[in-house]
Structure formats: C-alpha cells, structure tokens
Ligand binder design. Structure first.
Ligand code: ATP
Length: 233
C-alpha cells in the first residue's frame, strides 16, 4: 500500500533521514520506533507531503506521490493524525470532526460522524464542548476521530500515546488494535517500544537517519541490542 524508497529529508543544512526504505501492506500495523529526535515525525511529514523529500520516492497504492501537496495526498486516503493532536481548541468537538471530512468523504459525513461516536462514546457526550477543554486523552480520541472522518485507507498515527496516563495508553493501544481488526492499515510512529511491538505486525527502528533494525515485530522484540537500548533489559 505504502512504499518508501531511499528517502532523504531534512531542514536547511540538517539532514535527518539519510535514505530510508519501508513498506506498509494492506491491513498491516507497521510500527516505526525510535527515540526523541530520531526523525520519526520527519518521516511522517515527508510521506504526508508536509516536508519535501530531497531524494527518494514515496508510492501509495502504486502511484508515485513524491512531492505532491498534503491536500492531494490526504485526498487519496493517506491520512495522518499528527503528533500533539493539533485540534482546533476554540471549535467544538463536532466542528473539529466535521473538518476531518472537509476534503474527503464529505458526502458520508453524517454516517461517519455516527461511526466515530460509536467508537468514542465520550466524544458524543461532549459534542458541543470546546475541544481545548477536553482532557489530553479525549483530545487524542478527537484527533483520531477526525482522521476517521476522512475514511482513511492508511492511517498514520504519530505518537498517539504521548502524554497519556498508563491506563489511557492501554486504552489507546486497544483502540488501535480494534481499528486494525476492522481492516485498516496503520503506520504507528511511536516511542513506546514495548507496547507498539505487542500490536504491530512488523517494525522498523530508526536511528541516526536510517533503520537500524527491521522485521516481524516478534523478531525485533527479541533483538538483544533493542532489548538493551529501548526496553532496559
Ligand atoms: P520526537 O519523538 O522527539 O518527536 P522525532 O523522532 O519525531 O522525535 P523529528 O521531529 O523528526 O524527530 O526531528 C528529527 C530532527 O530534526 C531533530 O533533531 C529536530 O531538531 C530536527 N528538526 C525537526 N523539525 C525541524 C525544523 N523545522 N527545522 C530544523 N530542524 C528540525
């Protein structure tokens, strides 16, 4: 579904990604792991068209989307839920959700809104509340709900567990598993290595601008170097 080949990206004189390649197949959860500043968000933004790649190629469902605009890319069904949620704090929950279908799946807005409320009953209870007054966990649900409004084919989640209490982190991973069981392909960009490996089919570990390790999640979890550096074992 998604194929990234030899991608180079950065900012000004800084090169962050030094030629990374990865794939996400239909129906897969693929985890992209790495510590702070490893370049996970940069990879996400280069795939979504928010950072222009300096070299390499991004293909989505067979089409070359390298260098296309974010609006065009999201129109194809490659939807990202950004790090830090980026909701509109002064708009209500409903307005934030409706904006998710501004460019895609507008005709199905009412139906998709009901689907989001079914997944997140808490959002339904707070539909008229200003989004900025939601709790951190509720804001993350809203950001994911907004992504769902666009009927994603591939959903990129950038650090969905960031800033959540351990209980809410559990809930968030449970939700990701549920979305996956409904057939959605997910690229999960995370620092939370242990829990991401539990739900992912495959994983890539980003270090120093490249993938230091990749493979089936069960295999990556057993890597001695990963255990030492990321799991403290
Ligand atoms: P985190 O988990 O902390 O969010 P990350 O893996 O997502 O980290 P990136 O946000 O991709 O990391 O950042 C990678 C590197 O690029 C960092 O050193 C960061 O300082 C740098 N960087 C990010 N955005 C910019 C920018 N707009 N201009 C210059 N440098 C940037």
């Amino acid at each position: 579904m998604l194929e990234v080949r030899d991608l180079v990206a950065g900012y000004g004189l800084t090169r962050v990604l030094e030629g990374v390649s990865l794939q996400v197949g239909a129906g897969e959860i693929v985890a992209v792991l790495g510590s702070n500043g490893a370049g996970k968000t940069t990879l996400n933004m280069a795939v979504s068209g928010l950072v222009r790649p300096r070299a390499g190629e991004v293909r989505f469902e067979g089409a070359n989307i390298t260098g296309r605009s974010p609006a065009e890319i999201m129109g194809l069904g490659l939807i990202q839920v950004p790090e830090g949620r980026k909701i509109f704090p002064n708009l209500t929950v409903r307005e934030n959700l409706e904006l998710g279908s501004y460019r895609r799946a507008k005709a199905n807005r009412a139906r998709n809104l009901e689907r989001v409320f079914l997944t997140f009953p808490r959002l339904k209870e707070r539909v008229a509340q200003a989004a900025g007054t939601l709790s951190g966990g509720e804001q993350q649900m809203l950001a994911i709900g907004r992504g769902m409004m666009a009927e994603p084919k591939l959903l990129i989640l950038d650090e969905p567990s960031l800033g959540l209490s351990p209980l809410l982190v559990e809930e968030m991973f449970g939700l990701i598993r549920r979305l996956h069981s409904e057939g959605l392909a997910i690229m999960l960009v995370e620092q939370n290595v242990a829990q991401s490996l539990d739900i992912a089919d495959r994983a890539y570990v980003l270090e120093n601008g490249g993938f230091a390790l990749s493979g089936p999640a069960a295999q990556v979890r057993e890597d001695p170097e990963l255990k030492r550096a990321y799991l403290g074992l």
